[in-house]
Structure formats: C-alpha cells, structure tokens
Design a protein. Structure first.
Length: 263
C-alpha cells in the first residue's frame, strides 16, 4: 500500500468562521512547518497575497504547495500559475455551497475546465480535481477522453459539505464514489461533518489519502477545537495504529506526479 498522503488545510472554517487560522504569509508558513512536522505532505492554502505566501511557505517547508479558492475566476488566479505553485484546485462541477453567512453558487463550465487544463500544461502547475458527486467524475472523464489532462489525476472527494453539492458523509457513499473514479486517479477525501473520523479511517485502510484542517472540520476526536497541525497529528496516529506509513513530501511528489522541489 502506498504511504498515506495527508493534506493540511489551515484556512477559514466555513461552518465556524470565528475559528482562528493563519491569515498572513508568515503565519501560514509557520503553521505549514508545524503541519509538515506532524505528518502532512501537502498544504492546501488560501491567500490574498499568493506571491508572498507561496514564497514564505517554500522558505520554511518542502510541502507540496496546493493553492485553493477554486470559486475564483481564472484571471484572479494567474499569480498561482506564474509563481509555479505545485498544484491549483479546480472544481469539476457547479459550486453550490451553503456556509455560515455565505451562499456560494457558481457554475464552472467545461470550457473553463479546458482552459485550466491548457494553463496546467503551459505553466507546469498540476490540477487538483475537487469532486463533490458523480457529475464531477463525468466531467473528469470528459477531460481525459479529450486528452486535455495527463495521469495521475489527483482527485479530492468531498462529503458532507452543505449546499446543493452535498453528498452523504458515509462510508457507503465514499466506497461508491471511489469505485466510479477512472483509472489513474490518486484520491483523497475531505469531510465537513462529525462523521469525519470514520471515513478518514476507511480511506486509510482502503489505500486512499486524507485531508484535514480548520477549513474542513476543526474539531478533534474528542470534540475539541483544534489547530490544523493537531488534526494532522491525530490522523497520522490513526494511520500508524493500522500499520500504514506516512508519506514524506518527497514520497507524495512521486505518488501524485508533481515535479521535484528543485527551484
């Protein structure tokens, strides 16, 4: 079984927006370093200053830098491509999310997905395919069939995120969705619900990968508010308990096909 890739998400908590999170480049870099020490190999981050934040994280870690905020339009995200981030998140379907104080509704067309694919090849920034349901998997297959993207396909499966893109946070739904993925996918799971630990444990045993942090679900197994590096440490402990190795950033780069850090 491949070593477990843990993605850390030390970003705003959409369901509990008062939860503290790093909001400056240096604060993000400091938390990223703590997450790497705890066992993370990918940092999924948000930023207003992409240039400064990418640089700060790279000074202090060798994590795979995955830039989120997939609801934004492509022109708002060109700094991510131009700065040579390792990955950029795109959603393979409609954004339809109901957060506290924020109702997100945005269509992402196949034309937009094709443009992301073109930019990925031009700039060498790998795509992370955020997938809420099987319609998103259909679009992923469409990109593959049109030879617009290359394997491996790093695919994040979302469960329990509220809104019209919601899917049940159950092991049954997790197994059904992973079974529908095309060949060549490297899949990780994100759960925004108290059922998180059960699905994370299932993914670890099944050989898939996991994503945790304040953005996804900011509570530990005891129900206490926790920082992202603490949540990374907790899921790493679960993996070790069932005998699964934790991936280093270098191992994660090999698994997901991301270029080496030699920059």
């Amino acid at each position: 079984m491949e070593p477990l890739i843990i993605t850390a998400t030390p970003n705003i908590c959409w369901l509990h927006p008062d939860t503290p999170y790093p909001s400056t480049p240096e604060a993000m870099a400091d938390e990223a370093a703590r997450c790497q020490e705890a066992g993370a190999s990918i940092l999924h981050m948000h930023a207003d200053d992409w240039i400064g934040t990418i640089a700060a994280v790279r000074r202090k870690t060798d994590l795979i830098v995955q830039c989120g905020m997939s609801s934004h339009d492509i022109p708002q995200r060109m700094d991510v491509f131009e700065q040579g981030a390792d990955m950029i998140s795109i959603i393979t379907s409609h954004h339809d999310e109901a957060f506290v104080g924020l109702d997100m509704n945005k269509l992402h067309s196949r034309e937009e997905l094709a443009e992301y694919a073109r930019l990925s090849r031009e700039f060498g920034v790998q795509l992370e395919y955020e997938t809420w349901h099987e319609g998103g998997i259909w679009n992923l297959r469409w990109l593959i069939e049109h030879e617009l993207i290359d394997a491996p396909y790093f695919t994040s499966l979302f469960f329990g995120w509220p809104g019209g893109s919601w899917s049940a946070p159950t092991i049954e739904e997790y197994l059904r969705r992973t079974a529908a993925l095309p060949e060549g996918c490297v899949s990780t799971v994100s759960i925004m619900a108290p059922e998180q630990v059960r699905i994370l444990a299932a993914a670890i045993v099944q050989g898939d990968h996991v994503r945790v942090g304040t953005e996804d679900y900011p509570f530990d197994r005891a129900g206490n508010l926790a920082e992202t590096h603490q949540l990374v440490s907790e899921v790493a402990e679960i993996a070790r308990a069932v005998g699964r190795e934790i991936a280093t950033p270098a191992q994660a780069r090999e698994i997901v096909g991301t270029r080496s850090l030699a920059r």
